[in-house]
Design a protein around this ligand. Structure first.
Ligand code: MCA
Ligand code: AMP
Length: 535
């Protein structure tokens, strides 16, 4: 198989676009993390050349080297290019489980000059349709097994469907385009305080910065080995696990989803040196360990105990879970804080005290401030303020939403909407400004998006969706509904309606039929009073 020459310093596609990005987020030009390699320096692909024959992906009985990744991604790039010289930031969506084909597709899109738009494996047809349409995708790459999920969409004019297994190895000929690090690389869809998810656009430079700060802070090494079971339409799985591992020359063991028994049997076999998960997963493992006999439990606990690093993030890790985990395994989970728009911003130290209930200090290259409701910088210990972040890890824009992008920044600082305090040198997340954001199982959900789907049901006149505190999931989704007319709709029918339109993790787990929703004097629904209905 021919391997094409990699060009690492290409021309910029749209200079005006790049200028706009730098105006909104001036730190793209000014700040560099305390690490090498940003802006046009070694990329994932140049590094993969160096890692060569090392094992990148250990997938069941197959081991794929970095050389395999480079060859296969070049073949996919050639098929995507289909004779053109550069995809010029065309949006290429993909629906592929974690594994060799997934990585090769992401790399193939990047190497062809496209913007990668990963689709969620749990997305429903309407959700996939929305993403493809909002991103204005020209192509969707899909694995053969998942093709039925996009078949109905592949008849849309202007949308090419490509089955990744059908890409011929022999297609890998000719030059690939030069792709500058300032060009747009990825769009991740995130729920926010508006109804429909917004596309968060990152450039190659942003992603490189997000990777590099973690490589240094968490001391990634080529000898590391990590399981990859988190979804690959979010930063946690894409950057923190997959890209950091591949940047370092480490080995990934992919799982199509989090399968407790399979993952734990590999932990017991001592397969991993690094483990990253959301709090729900640690809670589920703790509960599972309690059901095992002493010998099985011991093997798994020893597997965890021997790892060099275990990280928790995406949602608050209760201090009790941190403590129980430390008692069980001797491991002090490293809790960190991040967001789709900014990558990782705060982290407990790799070496040094990892303080339960806190998210540590700003990572190298991340500038962070707390701002009070009145817009003043918070300087007093223990006083709450909104976290605002700037630096090269911060995204450039919401896809085709210039007003939302402008509103998200305050003088170059990205406004996260999360509230924190700083005490004794450690940041602590206190909550969120918006009651319409729910965090369940590590997923960020918009109450408004779920409400809009329920309101479409002909029998529902009004509804309010809230997050209810939950020991396993952090929060679970609850819906209070006001029905039209006298014929009551049963919960099963509402659930089925929601399941056809929303991913499983967005479906309300608690329902309440009410005569009217609690409202304040202005007529606005009071969400705390809605939550109280479920207590
Ligand atoms: C699933 N179930 C739920 C939920 N999800 N119940 C309540 N609330 C939920 N959120 C139910 C299912 O309906 C099913 O019930 C049963 O639980 C098992 O479902 P399954 O999908 O198999 O669950 P699972 O595989 O155990 O999933 C749990 C999970 C998953 C692995 C924790 O939620 C997950 O992968 N979360 C990670 C999300 C993530 O990576 N977020 C990062 C974004 P039944 O059996 O009755 O049908 S945040 C980010 O990227 C930022 C930058 C950051 O900081 O990291
Ligand atoms: P997402 O937009 O899906 O990337 O989710 C980002 C959000 O997850 C943040 O804005 C926080 O609300 C939350 N989050 C991430 N890490 C933590 C953490 N360690 N503790 C509390 N909340 C967190």
């Amino acid at each position: 198989m021919m391997v094409r020459k990699l060009n690492l310093n290409p021309p910029i596609v749209d200079l005006q676009h790049v200028r706009d990005l730098h105006r909104l987020n001036p730190q793209l030009s000014n700040d560099k993390p305390n690490c090498e390699g940003l802006m046009g320096q070694p990329t994932l692909f140049a590094r993969a050349e160096q890692h060569g024959e090392r094992t990148a992906i250990a997938d069941k009985d197959c081991r794929f080297s970095y050389r395999h990744l480079l060859d296969r991604s070049a073949a996919i790039a050639a098929v995507l290019l289909d004779g053109s010289a550069d995809l010029q930031e065309a949006r290429i969506a993909y629906l592929i489980p974690a594994g060799f084909d997934h990585v090769c597709t992401q790399w193939g899109i990047w190497r062809a000059g496209g913007i990668a738009v990963p689709l969620s494996l749990s997305a429903t047809e309407p959700e996939i349709r929305y993403t493809l349409s909002d991103a204005d995708a020209s192509c969707v790459v899909v694995s053969e097994a998942l093709k039925p999920r996009v078949d109905s969409l592949c008849h849309e004019p202007g949308l090419r469907c490509l089955v990744v297994e059908h890409v011929e190895p022999s297609k890998s000929t000719g030059d690939l385009p030069l792709v500058d690090s300032d060009r747009r690389a990825m769009i991740l869809y995130t729920s926010g305080t508006t109804g429909q998810p917004k596309g968060v656009v990152s450039t190659h430079a942003t992603i490189n910065a997000q990777i590099e700060t973690l490589i240094n802070a968490w001391r990634w090494e080529a000898d590391d080995s990590i399981p990859l079971f988190l979804p690959l339409h979010h930063i946690h799985g894409i950057v923190n696990v997959m890209s950091c591992a591949l940047w370092s020359g480490a080995t990934i063991e992919p799982f199509p989803r989090f399968d407790l028994d399979k993952v734990l049997s590999r932990v017991a076999a001592g397969a991993y040196s690094v483990f990253m998960a959301v709090p729900t997963i640690y809670v589920k493992i703790i509960q599972h360990l309690e059901t095992l006999d002493e010998q099985n439990r011991r093997q798994i606990v020893d597997g965890f105990a021997s790892m060099r690093l275990m990280v928790s993030g995406s949602a608050a890790l209760p201090a009790t879970v941190h403590k129980t985990w430390a008692e069980l395994t001797g491991q002090h989970l490293l809790e960190r804080y991040g967001m789709t728009e900014i990558g990782m911003a705060l982290s407990n130290p790799y070496a040094g005290e990892r303080r339960p209930g806190t998210v540590g200090q700003p990572l190298p290259g991340v500038k962070l401030r707390l701002v009070s409701d009145s817009g003043k910088g918070v300087t007093d210990e223990g006083q709450p303020g909104q976290i605002q972040v700037r630096g090269p890890c911060v995204f450039g824009e919401y896809w085709r939403r210039p007003a939302a992008t402008t509103a998200a920044f305050d003088d170059g600082w990205f406004q996260t909407g999360d509230i924190a305090t700083l005490q004794d040198g450690y940041y602590r997340i206190m909550g969120r400004q918006s009651v319409d954001i729910i965090k369940s199982g590590g997923y960020k959900l918009s109450a408004l998006e779920i409400e809009a789907v329920l309101l479409d049901h002909p029998a529902i006149r009004e509804c309010a969706v809230v997050g209810i505190a939950d020991e396993i999931w952090g929060e679970t989704v609850a819906a209070a509904v006001v029905q039209c007319g006298n014929t009551p709709v049963d919960e099963a029918e509402l659930r089925e309606w929601a399941e056809q339109r929303l991913s499983k993790y967005k479906i309300p787990r608690h329902w309440k039929s009410v005569d009217s929703l609690p409202r304040n004097a202005m007529g606005k629904v009071t969400k705390p009073a809605v939550s109280a209905l479920f207590s």
